[in-house]
Design a protein around this ligand. Structure first.
Ligand code: GAR
Length: 196
């Protein structure tokens, strides 16, 4: 069984989708949910599912990213994960952290990468007049939202869409895409997943 640590900052709906998927003949199991935000909604959801949780509050480290990431690494490695899944983890990571988990860290991003790296992806897709939007799961490398793409799911942009309405439509696809990619990745398969 592969051991999966999931990193969150917020509500954790992708974390729940991932954790629920890791059952039966799935080749992985969740061993840790860690948040950089004390009180993040996803922590209570993880606890309710019986998954161990940890908090490393980035504010305790002021602007010292290296100290924050060193503490993250030591907490995470207590759980000996084979795979790290970033699921709405809203901190930019430096090579110290990324190199430590090279080749075993995934992220979900709410755009059709390489379009719209960074923030406000849905507002940017609407402003650009795009006919479709979506989400991507990619391997994490030193380039922000730039690692090899392992899966993508598309949704239409509808006329009159607000960023919130589009985000909700994309999020339902995130909950299908991320588990599908994780299952393949945990089995050693990096072929692209495309949905629907
Ligand atoms: C998701 O939409 C995810 O794609 C996005 O944050 C949301 C987290 O929701 N991630 C990023 O924007 C990463 N830059 P969740 O906490 O309900 O899973």
């Amino acid at each position: 069984m592969k051991r999966v640590a999931i990193l969150i900052s917020g509500g954790g709906s992708n974390m729940v989708a991932l954790a629920e998927s890791m059952a039966g003949d799935h080749p992985a199991r969740p061993v840790l949910v860690l948040s950089n935000v004390p009180g993040a909604g996803g922590l209570a959801r993880a606890e309710a599912m019986g998954i161990p949780t940890e908090v490393v509050d980035h504010r305790d480290f002021k602007s010292d990213r290296q100290a924050f990431e060193s503490e993250l690494i030591s907490k995470i490695d207590e759980y000996a994960p084979d795979i790290l899944a970033l699921a709405g983890f809203m901190r930019i990571l430096t090579p110290l952290f990324i190199d430590h988990y090279a080749g075993r860290m995934l992220n979900i991003h709410p755009s059709l990468l390489p379009k719209y790296r960074g923030l406000d992806t849905h507002a940017r897709a609407i402003a650009a007049g795009d006919a479709e939007a979506g989400c991507s799961v990619h391997e994490v490398t030193a380039e922000l939202d730039g690692g090899p793409i392992l899966g993508q799911a598309r949704v239409p942009v509808l006329s009159g869409d607000t960023p919130e309405a589009l985000a909700a439509r994309v999020l339902t696809m995130e909950h299908r895409l991320y588990p599908a990619v994780l299952r393949r990745f945990a089995a050693g398969d990096r072929t692209l997943v495309t949905l629907p």
